[in-house]
Design a protein around this ligand. Sequence first.
Ligand SMILES: [Fe+2]
Ligand SMILES: [Fe+2]
Length: 474
Amino acid sequence: MNIDYNETIPNNVDLSTDKALQRALERWRPRYLQWWLEMGPEGAQHYDVYLRTAVSANASGWAHFDYVKMPEYRWGIFLAAPEPGRTIGFGEHKGEPAWQEVPGEHRANLRRIIVTQGDTEPASVEQQRHLGHTCPSLYDLRNLFQVNVEEGRHLWAMVYLLHRYFGRDGREEAEALLERRSGDADNPRLLTAFNEKTPDWLSFFMFTYFTDRDGKFQLCALAESGFDPLARTTRFMLTEEAHHMFVGESGVARVIQRTCDVMRAHNVEEPDKVRALGVIDLPTLQRYLNFHYSVTLDLFGGEQSSNAATFYSAGLKGRFEETKINDDHVLKHDTYTVLDVVDGALVEKEVPALTALNERLRDDFIADSLRGVARWNKVIARHGIPFRLQLPHKAFNRRIGTFAGIHVSPDGRVISAAEWQAKVHDWLPSEADRAFVASLMGRVVEPGKFANWIAPPASGIKGKTLDFAYVRIN
Ligand SMILES: [Fe+2]
Ligand SMILES: [Fe+2]
């Protein structure tokens, strides 16, 4: 499973044995590079960045670290090793051999799943393209670029599947993935969260904590797919994804650490006084958290979804850790609890489990998100500060599904539009909050130096010290 780097497109799928496919991807490549130059990290294309590059799809020692100029990054096609004799683990085809080619009757659904996943990858690069101008350190700048090049590679992963398995319409979809633009009024990205701005580094850390974590859960569900090439592709993507969530969790933790250090040193608690010391007050952190968490919850789709049921029964998209769940993996006779709105109150109801698979994946995501919030709260507790961050109620600030038409407070009360209007600035970042955070975003590019609003990390990358030149700005 070692990766062939002698090819124009590094790969471990024997691309050179399929000349037509190789040529098609080699024709797509310059258009990808053009997109990267236009929409990738702004003003940073000539920097030497200390990046990891995948060199093997084996879990141990899969990456190599060295200075690379981003446009020269070796984007390629890497699938996790095949599992001999793998069978489909769920749905109506459970127990049958996993598909190595696209089953005709599921072609349209599979293509839709792959395009939706693929669209998020370049979208996040576009959302983050201005952040290099305001990096809090070279260490953080390098992490941003690492995330960006890997999202670029995830686009390659999906484009490979489209080209290899979907013929002409797959190639057309691969072109369209380079044409949509995050936030564009005429040709936006497919999902709302990927059309939001990521204007500052606090947003970036919250995005990588919550929205890349949505990515993890979607990829985990696809890693169970009966369509084996999709399962193997997403399994390898998950190896890279772990770092993105680390960037988010440790980034927010360092912001908290710095804020609490300053609060203790100066013995201040009121947000205005905390802000006057050039750090981000904890209530503002909570509002940013509320925003990114609620926008990300929408990505899982409606509570009840016939598409989700179809994708599962057809064997295309499983549950999180499907193989570890102790049930029949068909779910025809099972139910699941979802929330409904009845007479202005949130009430639980039992629905067929097959239709509630979006909600189940969302609940798995929530449980995972809680763990990092608990670790953030430990940082605050260690400073003897009584404040605690919380995930808002899952019905808070939702635009998709059951709660789209109603207002719900962070503690889960259905409220009037008037109450929402009166309190929304306590719950979601206001223009003033965003302007304050933006005002802190200076550019720090001296090795070993960190912006005032964030603590240094506990350790550097790949054993390097914190004053290592993670990016050489030439
Ligand atoms: Fe990704
Ligand atoms: Fe990611």
